[in-house]
Design a protein around this ligand. Structure first.
Ligand SMILES: *[C@@H]1O[C@H](CO)[C@@H](O)[C@H](O)[C@H]1NC(C)=O
Ligand SMILES: *[C@@H]1O[C@H](CO)[C@@H](O)[C@H](O)[C@H]1NC(C)=O
Ligand SMILES: *[C@@H]1O[C@H](CO)[C@@H](O)[C@H](O)[C@H]1NC(C)=O
Ligand SMILES: *[C@@H]1O[C@H](CO)[C@@H](O)[C@H](O)[C@H]1NC(C)=O
Ligand SMILES: *[C@@H]1O[C@H](CO)[C@@H](O)[C@H](O)[C@H]1NC(C)=O
Length: 527
């Protein structure tokens, strides 16, 4: 054998020995080193605030919490008992009964929901405003005029609402009020304005403008270049949050707009080109499973556990599994992101997960079925004991050293110790629990340490990777891009705040392809 041939046969044997090693799990897949494409097909205002910039009365979006103080009485409007009764204007200090959630009808027309769930209505006897409407319609809609923090309300029949001397609220003010202190002028206090999700965006702009804004966002926020960047940095998976309305694309129910389905199709194409796998993550379930903006909640309520929403969610899973179940770039389907422990009972969730597993399996025998831990006060073991399905089940845990008063005022050392003393034992216990695989589907190189140095961020990132690398299914960073730079994966890498270590090495698959190519080249050359 000439030396060239000997080399070629040597390499070919090496390839044959190594290839099976690379295929220790399903379709040659090694552990997930993933990145979330957050804020893309499910928008979050804190990730990209500018998406909301063009909304008129943009501080009065769905779910904004407001309080009203009469300028003449100097008292707050109150839904007694939190709703179901008359409204009074007699409170000195605002609390929950005095706080109303906005449902937006148009840029000047709004409905007001009290803490008990009822809406303010002008149908009361003698023009009284009461908090008694179960669902809102024309008589629950008020036209709002604003002058800085002052507001007037008009019922849709054109009569202004006033606070009467006997502390009631009535739609019977005579004439046009000015902006001085008068019975029809109220101060509006915006108590909380923390929901900026797909509902707020779409309902805030209205259909056509929302579609234009979202189409542009979907085309520009994540592109093929990002997949190139990820693959160059050894990332082998993207976790892609989607909203439930994707299954009725291109014409989902109002206010949602279409477009996310073709964007998801594009992601699967790029994934194939750059040798990356996709996890489809149902991030926003119908009715909202956690009340947060990223579940597309209208006003912070959690309605997902209602049977009609669960059944609709299973239709969404069926749609996604049918469409992508045999796509070569599909790694798994996550049935529901971050259900709330406080509002979603574990038996309801387990029943859903079990049905969801069967639906995914009916379209794919190998796709991983990922089930997310409840957020709040819940132990992931509740999902291990549930026996959701027979094969390729993964439990997703989200590890943030944030969002809990426990982490405020912690030091660098506290944070790193926490990883080793709390996260690591939990991971080890779950890894050896003889059940589903374990996935750290969200984590971030950000913490509560104030003014930490670049070196301290590097230490934190390294410690997290050390611990999370032990997860049997792998991990995914939250998130690819973010206006908050420390959350931005690309920023972290470009500025060396996060050192991925071994990830910058060539991925095994590429190594084998190179060896194979080189071998074939040598063989051809030596003949
Ligand atoms: C509302 O106020 C009216 C007028 O004061 C009164 O007749 C009625 O009983 C009150 N209703 C409730 C539910 O408090
Ligand atoms: C609105 O209120 C008016 C007067 O009370 C009533 O006649 C009408 O049926 C109400 N409309 C709706 C849609 O409830
Ligand atoms: C707002 O109120 C002030 C007086 O409080 C008044 O001078 C001004 O004209 C008002 N602005 C509008 C747009 O009505
Ligand atoms: C954190 O420190 C600040 C300022 O020292 C203090 O006001 C706050 O209560 C602390 N928070 C917690 C959760 O310990
Ligand atoms: C963090 O840095 C800023 C700007 O240098 C400074 O104003 C602030 O006091 C620092 N905060 C702490 C807690 O060290």
């Amino acid at each position: 054998m000439d030396p060239c041939r000997r080399w070629a046969f040597g390499l070919l044997s090496l390839y044959c020995v190594l290839l099976p090693l690379s295929q220790s799990s399903v379709y040659g897949f090694t552990k997930v080193r993933g990145v979330n494409l957050g804020g893309w097909l499910v928008v979050e205002g804190w990730i990209k605030p500018s998406l909301f910039d063009g909304i008129p009365n943009g501080d009065m979006l769905d779910g904004t919490q407001v309080q009203f103080k009469s300028m003449t009485l100097q008292k707050y409007v109150s839904a007694d008992n939190g709703g179901g009764m008359n409204v009074t204007v007699d409170r000195d200090v605002p609390s929950t009964w005095e706080t109303f959630k906005i449902w937006r009808v148009s840029e000047n027309e709004f409905q007001f929901r009290c803490v008990g769930g009822q809406f303010l209505t002008s149908t009361g006897e003698g023009n009284l405003i009461s908090a008694t409407a179960g669902s809102p319609s024309v008589n629950e809609t008020f036209y709002v005029e604003r002058n800085n923090t002052r507001v007037h309300f008009k019922s849709l029949s054109g009569i202004y609402v006033q606070a009467t001397q006997d502390n009631q609220l009535r739609a019977d003010y005579q004439g046009e009020p000015g902006w001085e202190d008068n019975a029809a002028t109220f101060e509006m206090i915006i108590f909380a304005n923390n929901l900026h999700g797909d509902y707020q965006l779409a309902n805030g702009y209205g259909h056509d403008k929302a579609e234009e804004i979202l189409m542009k966002h979907q085309r520009t926020f994540v592109t093929a270049q990002d997949f190139d960047f990820l693959s160059k940095h050894g990332i082998n998976t993207v976790r892609i949050p989607v909203g439930w309305w994707i299954y009725q694309d291109p014409d989902p129910p109002a206010p949602f707009v279409g477009g996310s389905l073709s964007a998801l199709d594009r992601a699967f194409l790029w994934a194939q080109v750059y040798d990356i796998k996709c996890i489809i993550d149902l991030h926003a379930g119908p009715g909202s499973q956690n009340g947060m903006e990223h579940s597309a909640s209208r006003d912070g309520s959690v309605n997902w556990p209602q049977p009609e929403y669960i059944s609709q969610t299973l239709d969404v899973i069926d749609f996604l599994s049918a469409r992508y179940g045999s796509h070569p770039a599909l790694l798994g389907i996550e049935l529901l992101n971050e259900p709330s422990a406080g509002a979603v009972p574990v038996d309801v969730l387990i029943s859903y997960y079990t049905k969801g597993y069967q639906i995914v399996r009916s379209h794919s025998s190998t796709a991983y079925v990922i089930i997310c831990q409840r957020i709040g006060n819940a132990d992931p073991l509740e999902l291990y004991q549930a026996n959701i399905g027979d094969s390729n089940v993964v439990v997703d845990l989200h590890y943030y050293n944030l969002f809990d008063p426990f982490f405020s005022n912690t030091s660098v050392t506290d944070n790193i110790e926490y990883l080793h003393k709390s996260r690591e034992p939990q991971l080890q216990a779950l890894n050896s629990a003889n059940g589903p695989l374990i996935f750290i589907g969200e984590w971030v190189n950000e913490w509560s340490v104030v003014n930490a140095s670049k070196m301290q961020y590097q230490m934190f990132g390294r410690a997290q990777l050390e611990v999370y690398n032990a997860a049997s299914f792998g991990w995914a960073y939250w998130t690819l891009k973010n206006d908050e730079k420390h959350w931005d994966f690309e920023w972290n890498l470009q500025n060396n705040y996060l050192l991925l270590g071994s990830s910058s090495r060539m991925s095994p698959n590429k190594l084998y392809i190179l060896i194979l190519a080189y071998t074939l080249f040598l063989l051809a050359y030596s003949l």
